[in-house]
Design a binder for this molecule. Structure first.
Ligand SMILES: *[C@@H]1O[C@H](CO)[C@@H](O)[C@H](O)[C@H]1NC(C)=O
Ligand SMILES: *[C@@H]1O[C@H](CO)[C@@H](O)[C@H](O)[C@H]1NC(C)=O
Ligand SMILES: *[C@@H]1O[C@H](CO)[C@@H](O)[C@H](O)[C@H]1NC(C)=O
Length: 262
C-alpha cells in the first residue's frame, strides 16, 4: 500500500462512523415527527395542516397547492418541507412559515412566458420544448407540464444556486450523463410523470446536497448499481409506478448513507 492510500484509509474510518451516527439521529427525529401524523394519515400520506385531509407524500412541496388550505406548500420556504421540520426539531426551534411579502423579480433574464417572484421562476404549461435560459441566481424553477424531451449535457450548469427543480409531466425520455452537472445546491428534484426508461450510472453524481428525488410514474426498467452515486445527502427516494422488476444490486444503497425513506 502506498503512503497516499494508507492516509485515505485512516481518514475514512471516522467518516463512516460519523455518517452512521447522523443517519440514526435522522431516523429518530423522523420517527418522532411522523408519530403524530401517522395517527391521522395512512403511511405514505401527510395531513393538510390541521385539516382532516390526507394526501400522498409526493404532493408535499411539489410547487402546486394540493391542500385546500395550501398547507402542503407552506413549510417549504427556501429549503425543503420535511427537512425544514427535521432540522428545526434538531435545533429545538419551532418552524414558522414565511409568507412571500415581496413579489418583485430579482432576475434579469427569464422567458416572457414565465412568472418570476424574487429568485423563483415558474414556467408551468407553456409548451416549452427545452430548458429556458435564466439568470444564474435562480433558486426555484418549475418547468412542470411542458414538452421537454431531452436533458442535454450541462443544461443546468449555470444554476449553482438552484435548490428546487420541478420537471414533472414533460416528455423526458433521455437524461444525458452530464445533464445535472453544476447543480451543487439542489435539494429537491422532481422527475415524475415522464417517459424515462433508464438512468445511467453516475447521472446524479454531482448532486451532493440533494435530499429528495422523485422518479414516480416513469417506465424505468433498468437502474445500475451506480445510478445513485454521489447522493450523499439523499433522505427520500420515491419510485412508485415504474417498470422496475427488482432493485439493483444491494450495494446501490451504499451511495445513499442518509436514505431514510424508499
Ligand atoms: C386550523 O388553523 C387555523 C389557523 O391557525 C384556524 O383558523 C382554524 O380554526 C383551525 N381549524 C381547525 C379545524 O382546527
Ligand atoms: C443576481 O445576480 C446578479 C448578477 O449576477 C446580481 O447583480 C444580483 O444582485 C443577484 N441577485 C440576487 C437576488 O442575488
Ligand atoms: C400534463 O401536462 C399537460 C400539458 O402539457 C396538461 O394538459 C395535463 O393536464 C398535465 N397533467 C397533469 C396530471 O398535470
Amino acid at each position: 500500500m502506498t503512503r497516499d492510500k494508507l492516509h485515505r484509509v485512516r481518514m475514512d474510518v471516522p467518516a463512516i462512523i460519523l455518517l452512521i451516527h447522523l443517519t440514526q439521529t435522522h431516523i429518530k427525529v423522523m420517527e418522532a415527527s411522523r408519530g403524530a401524523e401517522e395517527a391521522r394519515c395512512p403511511l405514505g400520506q401527510f395531513p393538510c395542516g390541521n385539516m382532516s385531509v390526507c394526501l400522498p407524500q409526493a404532493l408535499q412541496c411539489n410547487g402546486h397547492n394540493d391542500c385546500p388550505n395550501r398547507a402542503d406548500e407552506l413549510l417549504c420556504g427556501d429549503n425543503i418541507g420535511l427537512a425544514d421540520l427535521i432540522s428545526e426539531k434538531l435545533r429545538n426551534k419551532p418552524v414558522i412559515p414565511q409568507p412571500v411579502t415581496q413579489s418583485e423579480c430579482f432576475l434579469d433574464k427569464y422567458p416572457e412566458s414565465c412568472d418570476c417572484t424574487q429568485t423563483d421562476v415558474e414556467c408551468v404549461e407553456v409548451s416549452l420544448q427545452e430548458v429556458p435560459v435564466l439568470s444564474p441566481n435562480v433558486t426555484w424553477l418549475s418547468l412542470r407540464n411542458n414538452k421537454i424531451q431531452t436533458l442535454p449535457d450541462m443544461v443546468f450548469s449555470e444554476y449553482s444556486a438552484l435548490e428546487r427543480l420541478f420537471l414533472q409531466n414533460n416528455s423526458l425520455q433521455f437524461v444525458s450523463r452530464d445533464a445535472f452537472s453544476g447543480l451543487r445546491s439542489l435539494k429537491k428534484l422532481f422527475l415524475s410523470e415522464n417517459l424515462i426508461s433508464s438512468l445511467g450510472p453516475g447521472v446524479f453524481r454531482e448532486l451532493n446536497q440533494l435530499e429528495w428525488l422523485m422518479l414516480d410514474h416513469n417506465p424505468i426498467s433498468g437502474l445500475s448499481a451506480d445510478t445513485f452515486m454521489g447522493l450523499h445527502s439523499l433522505m427520500y427516494l420515491s419510485m412508485v409506478h415504474t417498470s422496475l422488476q427488482q432493485l439493483p444490486h444491494p450495494s446501490f444503497c451504499q451511495h445513499m448513507p442518509a436514505l431514510d425513506w424508499l
